[in-house]
Design a protein around this ligand. Structure first.
Ligand SMILES: Cc1cc2nc3c(=O)[nH]c(=O)nc-3n(C[C@H](O)[C@H](O)[C@H](O)COP(=O)(O)OP(=O)(O)OC[C@H]3O[C@@H](n4cnc5c(N)ncnc54)[C@H](O)[C@@H]3O)c2cc1C
Ligand code: SF4
Ligand code: SF4
Length: 443
């Protein structure tokens, strides 16, 4: 049996863009259901170290937003929930079918005390730390997770019952089942963000095989206040790296893997990480191998120049491949573009791949009665980019943040605020015209 609930807007995706759009809509008096597929809201931002070019603490910005969303009386947050289908009703409203996945923990009872996590004997790779460390089968996704409620990973649980025995709230419920809920809404905001380029596809860089070749997202974790090792260490042997290389444009501007686009943020996040590395490890050498440095935003050029002054070495070159030495150090083979295209080799003890931003094209499959248009690269198409940048080809469906293409955090926030304004305007127009009895201002 399914129940039907009503909201003005369903926002899909609880990253910084989805959170900002939800807060703005709630400020205008609309009711919002924010649906996030992961166990916590926050998206990629709450996993970052600091933000370029100001070096503000990323979690210090995202954590209050996460709290504001969860405490807003007009916003309902469903985490660990999948949208199964979006349908158009006869009256023009949407019906969104959502599956609330079982946490095997009673959300109403769990206090987030972490005792189940301590007791659980099973350790698997931690998704939020990009496999740098493990997590338990019974776990809370993150210290600052919202909601701070445990869940059990049934793919790995051995049903030993240790969590159930220690839980002081009697919250463990191995019999929980998925719950399907139908929600009606006047409009939808797609804030489904991006996925990271799967670095193993660049076989010549041996990510996943050479342990000291890591992605920039793993480097973010190593540089964050919640660093899984409490220090910057290389994964293979726990040695402090002394000579780190960054390779830019991994999975971007590369027709050999099908993505000619620039990811817009990788130059800047790599420069940021280089500066943070120098702060964390004062004796470290950092080399950035690049094609062009794209420092187009406010304060970006100054940030780039500052990195050079700090001693970050910029080498204009194409990295052809990486080889591993017996001690785990890595030989970077590259063409030195600025010095006549000479082929060179250089040894580093850690290599960071500055992976690109890729689309989540599966979002189009959510629409069952209409076809959501994507652009040629798989991003949601902005059908009226110059006049209504948040509109899609489907009336009543808007986009926010990186769902339409790579953006940094400030641009994602601005885009989300713009999406909320477009969406509010749409709701006022259709409801005043079609229904004529819902003056939004007095609700
Ligand atoms: C390594 C790295 C470093 C970065 N450093 C910086 C920096 O220093 N400064 C800066 O400004 N920017 C930085 N960025 C960019 C920043 O991460 C993005 O601007 C920001 O995360 C975009 O937010 P978003 O909400 O659009 O997308 P996301 O953060 O991707 O959030 C999207 C959310 O939607 C959810 N979702 C997706 N599909 C569904 C679905 N079908 N149903 C329900 N939920 C769904 C996802 O689980 C996720 O929570 C960095 C990015 C990377 C990769
Ligand atoms: S499930 Fe129980 S033991 Fe685990 S965090 Fe919640 S209250 Fe604590
Ligand atoms: S029952 Fe499963 S989740 Fe609970 S402690 Fe045992 S392995 Fe961990």
């Amino acid at each position: 049996m399914t129940e039907t609930l009503n909201y003005d807007v369903v926002v899909i995706g609880g990253g910084i863009a989805g959170m900002q759009a939800s807060l703005d809509l709630a400020d205008m008096g609309f009711t919002v259901l924010l649906v996030e597929k992961e166990p916590s809201i926050g998206g990629k931002m709450f996993l970052l170290s600091k933000t370029f070019p100001t070096l503000d603490c990323a979690s210090c910005i995202s954590t209050p937003k996460m709290a504001a969303v969860s405490h807003n009386p007009l916003i309902t947050v469903w985490t660990y929930s999948e949208v199964d289908g979006i349908f158009r009703e006869e009256d023009g409203e949407f019906r969104v079918k959502i599956i609330k996945k079982p946490r095997f923990v009673d959300e109403a009872k769990c206090t987030g005390c972490e005792q189940c996590e301590d007791a659980c004997p099973i350790i698997v790779s931690s998704e939020n730390n990009f496999n740098l460390i493990g997590r338990k089968a019974a776990y809370i996704p993150f210290e600052t997770a919202v909601p701070k409620i445990a869940l059990i990973d049934m793919d790995h649980c051995i049903l030993c019952g240790a969590c159930e025995r220690v839980c002081p709230a009697d919250a463990i419920d191995f019999l929980q089942k998925p719950k399907t809920v139908d929600v009606r809404a006047g409009a939808i905001i797609l804030a489904t963000g991006f996925r990271l380029f799967p670095a193993e596809r660049k076989k010549e860089y041996h990510f996943g095989e050479y342990k000291n070749v890591i992605t920039a997202m793993q480097a973010e974790r190593l540089l964050s206040p919640t660093n899984p090792y409490n220090h910057v260490l290389r994964p293979l042997d726990g040695k402090e790296p002394m000579n780190v290389a960054y390779i830019l444009c991994v999975g971007s501007r590369d027709r050999t893997i099908g993505n000619p686009l620039c990811s817009r943020i990788c130059c800047m996040y790599s420069i940021k990480q280089a500066e943070l590395l120098m702060g964390a490890l004062p004796l470290v050498d950092v080399t950035i191998y690049y094609m062009d440095i794209r420092a187009f935003g406010k304060g970006f050029e100054e940030f780039y120049q500052q990195a050079k002054e700090m001693g970050v070495r910029f080498v204009r070159g194409r990295v052809a491949s990486i080889d591993q030495l017996d001690n785990g150090d890595l030989v970077v083979n590259y063409t030195d573009v600025e010095n006549g295209g000479v082929f060179k080799k250089e040894t580093h003890d850690l290599v960071v791949l500055s992976v690109g931003i890729w689309p989540n094209p599966d979002v189009a499959k959510l629409f069952k009665d209409e076809r959501l248009e994507l652009d040629e690269h798989g991003w949601i198409k902005q059908t009226e980019e110059n006049i209504r940048p948040n509109a899609t080809n489907i009336p009543g469906v808007f986009t926010a943040g990186c769902a339409t293409g790579p953006k940094d955090i400030p641009d994602s926030i601005v885009d989300a605020t713009s999406a909320a304004a477009e969406c509010a305007d749409y709701l006022r127009r259709i409801r005043n015209k079609a229904v004529g009895v819902i003056p939004v201002e007095v609700r």
